[in-house]
Design a protein around this ligand. Sequence first.
Ligand code: FAD
Length: 493
Amino acid sequence: MIHDIVVIGGGPGGYATAFRAHARGLDVALVERAEIGGTCLHRGCIPSKATLHVAEVLEEVHRADVLGLKLTYDGIDGDGLEAFRRGVISGLHKGLVALTEQRTTLHRGHGRVVRDGAGAPRARGDSGLVVEVTGDDDEVTTVRGRHVVLATGSVARSIPGVEIDGEVVQTSDQALWFTTPPRRAVIVGGGAIGVEFATMWAPMGTEVTIVEALDRLLPLEDADSSKLLQRAFTRRGIDVHTGARVEAVTRDGDGATVEVSVGDDRRVLEADRVLIATGRGPRTDDTGVAELGVLDERGFVVTDAFGATELDGLWAVGDVRPTLALAHAAFAEGFVVADRIAGVEDVQPVDHVHTPRVTYSHPEVASVGLTEVEARERFGDDGVAVASVSFRGNAKGIIAGSDGTVKVVHATGGAAAAAPGVGFDPTGRAAGPVLGVHIVGPHATDLIGGATLATSWEALPVELAAITHAHPSLEEALGEAFQVAAGVPFHAH
Ligand code: FAD
């Protein structure tokens, strides 16, 4: 039997491809060697967000006096924490497995894509590729498909010379499952995963130090977002070393020492937990794709914008591609690949610039579109303007006890000047389309949804300023930032 598609990997990229292909009427086989749901459901997005929710509740408990509540906090019940997280994952997992079984032929085992050696005459449209699936019993089954989609995800990367022992020196795979928070933690890497762990541990009483090689936390975000986050972290007692290189990590009994250099300065940090959060790399080992010659020098699968490799019938989605390593980017890539294979007309590639980037730190950081620096590089200083509004003036922000800002980066002049309504801009500088939105503050990862519509539709501030938001709501901060950009500030000045 030849399936229309064989997908290798049942994480967000793989199951999104499979489910969309099923919705398009295609016959799909899915190969998964571990658990459906992948990194995201079992070792990433979901367990981390469940733990972050616990930390958020704890933050509220710590400011109970401000809220007029008399609460006492007796510490963490490790078993309860474990049960809560496992419960969240298990409910989602069961649902996902049921959907996968309904919509695909599920093969349990390790998948490897190879050229069909049988030399049998190929049916029309057959890629000539087959997937060999090795089950737990070492039995190999050959699964045939007209198309093969690689969705094998990524693995945590370490740094040269640092050995992950899994107990004291850990990656997020192990560190997530703590039931007793560490007393002193050094987090190597100030990207999304590193700052999320700092956010989890700090309210639980852990002394947290972050060591980041570049000059700021979240180096891919707008520089102002990094600055705000670092300021908020420092206020909450999280020690942040930027421009800092880890020279050595040495295990020392139940703990470890981390030697760090910042310029000529050397520092020795002691910890009972060292989290290596220096990024993730593509997982393609023993998948056959290296032999097929479709990897770049860093090991990512090379595809066109639609996810097709150079080999007829071989596609890739998700973290194996050098695009945004986020679950929703993997979903989007899966939908595009399935639609292309199904022959849907006018499929557009995933627009990664207008894909939201989200970090569930406290405060949360989210963005979409261009940073201010990217916009200025592209359109010149005169072609770009910025409008910012603080959550300090937002009623719900004040109630939530958090501050932060919404920053809107937009074009000036050009075609936008002729747009209806722009005439009332008192600055005389017509506000062109919104190019980027950068939010630091409460529920930024939810608020970015509205901003995504704005940047994707290249909306003008004047159009967005006319939209009514509920009062009081956090969304009002977004609305007010668009009003500032349109030259009609409300509370902001
Ligand atoms: P994966 O989810 O890694 O799935 C790959 C699947 O392929 C796995 O199930 C694996 O078992 C299977 N597989 C691998 N090789 C084979 C083989 N040869 N044969 C058969 N099966 C195979 N993203 C967000 O958008 N939001 C977040 O909040 C977020 N938080 C994160 C927190 C952490 C701690 C981490 C580590 C990641 C987080 N991510 C988050 C990133 C997100 O998890 C990934 O971008 C996403 O899981 C990528 O999906 P994928 O399908 O490409 O790969």
